[in-house]
Design a protein around this ligand. Structure first.
Ligand code: AN7
Length: 352
């Protein structure tokens, strides 16, 4: 029996990585594609819904697939320092893989706008964490500049190897279902993930005839440059992961959505949060707010009659674990009820 060795090993012949790449892996990927029949019913029923639960990657988000590739290539090329700007998940992932490779990691995050579990991760893995007095977009601009000026490897998704590694999620979905689903819905922030899925599905289709999905990319209404058609100077959303106003791969995302016969839409924070709750309550899958955006978009399109999924298979990519952002959920209730350890009081509270 061969042991699972991570996405670079599993899909080595499919990935374009530089010669000399030295695999640095945490055995990322191979995440479950979980059927979600109860949620499908709630959205109107009559179709198959699957959750690609990317929050089960080693650092709790989908970023690990691209990061294993970027860090492995960086090590092969003799890098000593890696840098990224991040709304949190990229930072935690870069920090973990850099630690494993023995590299120095520097991560820049927008001040006060990074969820607790992500910041804690970046610190725990030993990265140098800097808060930028500005947005993610401001931070990205200066890390790109510094990586052009100094021998520091940029590991944001502008790095082509991030896209290579990230493609493996599309391969896994095709391997599991036998073909591509009819629809793939996912959140869109800096637009690396949707770009990578499209590249992955196309590559697999060309090689194995697995077909192509329609892509439904979903932004938060307060941070929806690809829907508005222009950059957003001050993006705002409760889904801080996708609080991005100038997506680095925005053009590619729009092209991917169009080529696929799909689209990019926006949903309100309210819809994102209620979908986060519904998914957890109906299927037992707790994701961070941004990760519920794809499903919130799907629900919106079905409810308004803009998307017909009858008898089709839909995969929703849930990009990050709920544990990344505990504060959001704790706000749902004021405070848990407190009782003395007495069975009669417990019976009373439970109305038994
Ligand atoms: C949970 O970590 O941009 O469209 O700096 O953390 O590929 O950017 C995170 C993005 C979706 C959007 N869901 O993906 C970062 C960062 C979660 C995320 C996205 C992010 P892209």
């Amino acid at each position: 029996m061969s042991e699972y060795q991570g996405v670079l090993h599993r899909y080595s012949e499919m990935l374009h990585l530089p010669p000399g790449t030295r695999p640095i892996t945490l055995l990322e990927g191979n995440t479950p594609l979980i059927p979600a029949p109860r949620l499908a019913e709630q959205l109107g029923g009559g179709f198959e819904l699957y959750i690609k639960y990317e929050g089960l990657n080693p650092t709790g988000s989908f970023k690990d697939r691209g990061m294993t590739a970027a860090i492995s290539a960086a090590v092969g090329e003799g890098a000593r320092v890696v840098i990224c700007a991040s709304t949190g998940n990229t930072a935690a992932s870069a920090a973990a893989y850099a630690a494993r490779a023995g590299l120095r990691a520097v991560v820049l995050i927008p001040q006060g706008k990074v969820a607790a579990g992500k910041l804690a991760g970046a610190i725990a893995y030993g990265a140098q964490v800097l808060q930028v007095e500005g947005s993610f977009d401001d931070a990205l601009q200066i890390v790109v500049e510094i990586s052009q000026k100094h021998p520091i490897c940029l590991v944001n998704s502008l790095n082509p190897y991030r896209i290579e590694g990230q493609k493996t999620a599309a391969f896994e979905i095709c391997d599991r279902l036998g073909t591509a689903p009819e629809w793939l819905c996912l959140p869109v922030g800096n637009a690396g993930n949707i770009t990578a899925y499209w590249a992955g599905f196309r590559q697999y289709d060309a090689l194995r005839g697995t077909g192509l999905p329609h892509l439904l990319g979903v932004q938060a209404a307060g941070a929806a440059p690809l829907v508005l058609g222009h950059p957003v100077e001050r993006p705002e959303t409760v889904a801080t992961a996708i609080r991005i106003g100038r997506p680095a791969r925005g053009e590619q995302a729009l092209q991917a959505a169009e080529e696929s016969g799909g689209r990019i839409i926006a949903v309100t924070d309210e819809k994102i949060l209620s979908m986060q709750r519904l998914l957890a309550a109906t299927e037992g899958i707790w994701v961070e707010p941004a990760s519920a955006a794809g499903l919130a978009g799907l629900a919106h399109e079905i409810a308004t009659g803009r998307l017909r999924v009858r008898s089709q298979r839909v995969v929703a990519v849930c990009t990050g674990h709920g544990l990344k952002d505990p504060d959001i959920v704790i706000q749902w209730v004021s405070k848990p009820l407190s009782i003395p350890p007495r069975i009669d009081l417990l019976e009373e509270v439970l109305a038994l």
